[in-house]
Design a protein around this ligand. Structure first.
Ligand SMILES: [Mn+2]
Length: 352
């Protein structure tokens, strides 16, 4: 029996924190379409159940459009079971009170509930203030069968699920949700815990490969594999511009670093290093040229001007005088950097 473990889809999320409004709208639709692709993948690959370990939606309130889409999709694929445990973002979602809940959609509450298949038992609970006080004591699993347990929550910090208290309870696969990257760890002698991560990265804090975990239960054994599936990946790339002389060199250095990244991906370039006073960076041009090449690009400039006051001690030109004045001022280092950069450009009659 094949099962998919996904979580943290955050459907209906605004996406505007990182993207401009046009791209945000496109990505918002892509979140929905990725879920559709996932369901189609399940059908093609003979997957019997899809576990959604929380935060399927970004908020408890979803638009009618989204609800129709999801419920319609679940109903259409009636041979697949959708095992949906709400998370911290969508806990109050009253999906079970929709008047048209498909019979293959299973929802859960603050008490353990088990769905029994021939090959495996899947047991789940909504993790909240109430259930976290008693869930360790009330979990009782059939030791003669492989067991998958589903919970949405962190495993570190104040509100963490206590993995120690879940040891030796016959859990073979603990299907978690909450952390937006793929993590697999050992629970006890016979069990593992897994976060599949989010299905699509939403911003530059969710970089790297994203997808779901495919589980196979065979002869009483559970095997699982991460499956890269996101429509687009996000990349956060640092580029050192120390000793580069001109914009063309910066662009070339960036291209080398981006080698192999598909143009459908999203890239954030952070410029670092110490650049020489004669370098004209043209970050807007850089941003435009990257946006021409990739679905979405962002540029952050953390590079520092490499200016040694000694070099200008005896410089009698206007430039020398200007730089000495700025360096002697009470401005912060960052402010000095930009004042000198703009000042030099102005002296060179550049556009500022
Ligand atoms: Mn989440």
């Amino acid at each position: 029996m094949k099962i998919i473990h996904t979580a943290d889809l955050h459907i209906d999320s605004k996406m505007e924190t990182h993207l401009d409004s046009l791209k945000a709208k496109e990505r918002k639709n892509e979140l929905l379409l990725s879920f559709k692709r996932l369901v189609e993948y399940a059908k093609t690959n003979d997957v019997k159940a899809i576990i959604i370990a929380g935060d399927m939606f970004d908020k408890a309130r979803v638009s009618i459009k989204t609800r129709e889409f999801i419920v319609g999709l679940i109903r259409e694929y009636s041979n697949i079971d959708f095992i949906y445990v709400s998370g911290n973002h969508d806990e109050d979602l009253i999906i079970s009170e929709f008047d048209d809940v498909p019979s293959n959609l299973y929802t859960f509450n603050s008490k353990w509930q088990t769905i029994t298949y021939d090959d495996v038992d899947i047991t789940a609970i909504v993790y909240n203030e109430a259930s976290k006080t008693y869930m360790y004591d009330t979990l009782s699993l059939d030791s003669k069968k492989p067991n998958i347990v589903v919970i949405h929550g962190p495993i570190e910090g104040e509100d963490a699920i206590n993995l120690n208290l879940l040891k030796d309870k016959n859990i073979n696969y603990l299907a978690l949700g909450h952390i937006h990257k793929y993590i697999k760890g050992s629970l006890d002698d016979k069990g593992i815990y897994v976060y599949p991560g989010c299905l699509e990265g939403r911003g530059f804090d969710e970089i790297g490969p994203k997808g779901f975990v495919e589980i196979e239960v065979k002869n009483g054994e559970i095997k699982s594999n991460f499956h890269k599936f996101a429509r687009r990946e996000l990349h956060n790339i640092e580029v050192d511009i120390t000793n580069l002389d001109n914009w063309i060199d910066i662009r070339k250095t960036i291209s080398l670093k981006l080698n192999g990244i598909p143009s459908t991906d999203m890239v954030k370039i952070t410029l670092v290093g110490k650049y020489n006073i004669d370098l004209i960076k043209q970050n807007e041009l850089l941003l435009d040229s990257l946006n021409d090449e990739y679905f979405f690009a962002k540029v952050e400039d953390k590079s520092k001007l490499n200016v040694n006051p000694k070099d200008f001690e005896n410089d009698v030109s206007l430039k020398g005088e200007f730089i000495r004045n700025v360096l002697a001022s009470n401005l912060t280092d960052d402010e000095k950097n930009s004042v000198i950069e703009y000042g030099i450009k102005a002296l060179l009659k550049e556009e500022i």
